[in-house]
Design a protein around this ligand. Sequence first.
Ligand SMILES: Nc1nc2c(ncn2[C@@H]2O[C@H](COP(=O)(O)OP(=O)(O)OP(=O)(O)O)[C@@H](O)[C@H]2O)c(=O)[nH]1
Ligand SMILES: [Mg+2]
Length: 153
Amino acid sequence: MKIVVAGDSGVGKTSFVRNIKKIPFDKKFSSTIGCEVHPFTNGSIIDTAGNEKYTSSDVTLRNLCNDANIIILMFDVTHKKSYINLNKWYNYYKNINSNIPIIIIGNKTDSENRIMNHTNTTFHIENTLQYFEISSKTGHNINTVMNYITTHF
Ligand SMILES: Nc1nc2c(ncn2[C@@H]2O[C@H](COP(=O)(O)OP(=O)(O)OP(=O)(O)O)[C@@H](O)[C@H]2O)c(=O)[nH]1
Ligand SMILES: [Mg+2]
């Protein structure tokens, strides 16, 4: 099983992967460069860089996505721009391979600064995609996501 995690810089992709690997949450932010392949119990998770200046080359991403089972597009529920940019990431990955399943994850539900909620988060409905809300800080709902992925893909 190969899972690719993508989305804007700072949404919490690396923190999500760390949580799955049972590495303690780190409130310090250090941007991923290129992409990292992390083995986990059921296969591998590819943690990509959100920052354009660090993003892997198109060729690398295309190769990595070739045999991916699923793409997770993540946004930050405290940061509207990261939600708006889902469209960009969605089109990018659809263009690489229109057959790979894509799911949407809203991260940082623990935060008091939450601005995206069920009334203004409609991207998954418009595109008929599965949607989960998680906190990579507290681990909230991460098991649900992983169970969904490992049983469906
Ligand atoms: N409150 C809160 N903060 C979080 C959560 N997940 C991540 N963060 C913080 O958000 C910042 C960015 O997290 P990262 O996991 O590095 O973000 P990223 O998506 O990997 O960013 P890039 O590697 O640049 O693409 C860090 O300071 C994290 O501590 C969360 O669920 N809740
Ligand atoms: Mg990262």
